[in-house]
Design a protein around this ligand. Sequence first.
Ligand code: RAT
Ligand code: ZN
Length: 434
Amino acid sequence: MGTTSVNSSDLNGKELSAELLPEDQFQGVVEEVLESTSFIDIHTHLFSPAFGKIGLWGIDELLTYHYLEAEFFRSSAVTPEQYWRLSKRERADAIWQALFVENAPISESTRGIVAVLHEFDLPTDASGLEESRAFFRAQPLEGHIRRVLEISGVSSVVMTNDPLDPDEEQVWKSGGQKHELFHAVLRLDRILWGWPKHWQQLASQGYAVDEKATGKSIAEIRRFLADWQKRMRPLYMAVSLTDEFRYPDESVTSKILGEAVLPSCRELGLPMSLMIGVRRQVNPALRLAGDGVGKADLRSLENLCRSFPENKFLVSVLSRENQHELCVYARKFNNMMPFGCWWFLNNPSIVEEITRERIELLGTSFIPQHSDARVLEQVIYKWRNTRRTMAPILTNAYKLLKRDGRGVSRKDMQRDVNRLFRSNFENFTGLRGG
Ligand code: RAT
Ligand code: ZN
């Protein structure tokens, strides 16, 4: 734990130059290295073709992304109630009209749409969406996925798989998926904080559990997790938690996490991903776009990392105010890996601030970003933006290093980029060749 392999070649195995670079070449070489290195996208909501319609792609899905829906209601007189009565296509048209025709698309999420359209040579300023729709309709999915990941510089993506989602369950129980570009993750929101509403689903599948998780429940939850581990072969287990999350406390969440999930993670050799800080349904009328953010009490994370030293934790926190504490905890606990600038943090100004801080406190021992893409083509703009924001940050770090007396080669830069965007994750999860 907490270590990494040193890679002296690029991903194609070419020997890299150890010659020290002049400072004026730093930026260019950093950009080249970022551009030519394939990243692992460690958390998305994408699905392989085996999942059929659950996997979202194309212009109507891109435009109705909940990040854009939230922005739409600020620039349109349409109410949420009216909006939800529209078809998907009508919603996309309304968002295009309000955010792209009547206003300049300069927010992060709207600019992302422009970048995707431009990448496929589609009009970025048309009055309607006909041409874009025709383009996406004509794409065969498998080839389109490969092309999109190639453009994005991503070697594989990690899905979010909910074993209690009836649509997903069907797929997993009839052969699952074996696509080499998609890895599974066992997502446990419905079990960890949604237990009162979902325990009966486990009961109906033959697991002897009850509402308060008493008696045999803990052993039975562990049996459920082991069965799903066999079925999915996930890289890690995961949950998103509110700003009010506390560990330990008297809640059923604490009990299931501490007595069932973390022991199972240990037994099965899987890290646990904790995404902390969402304030659920601040405005329920907006549905998926209705969640907000709150500062969490990270002492709960401290308690977990200390009480479960044999467990590994991947951790992302949603509030800007929690970022510094997260770095400090990472310095105390090498069984914890900070990752990503999630959701409302995934904007260049904030990514820059957080990433600089992480480098200053943690060197290269963290995972700077994941895409959180829900719609396939989003990986194009999200990873482009990450590389664009990352280049001056790394360049600046190397300049400071040189001015303090140590030179830097292309080989050094490649080793660092591999570690940040690949091997920290590979080593943490045991993934090989992802
Ligand atoms: O970023 C998002 O799309 C959020 O809605 C959440 O899904 C979050 O990423 C999560 O995984 O809970
Ligand atoms: Zn997510």
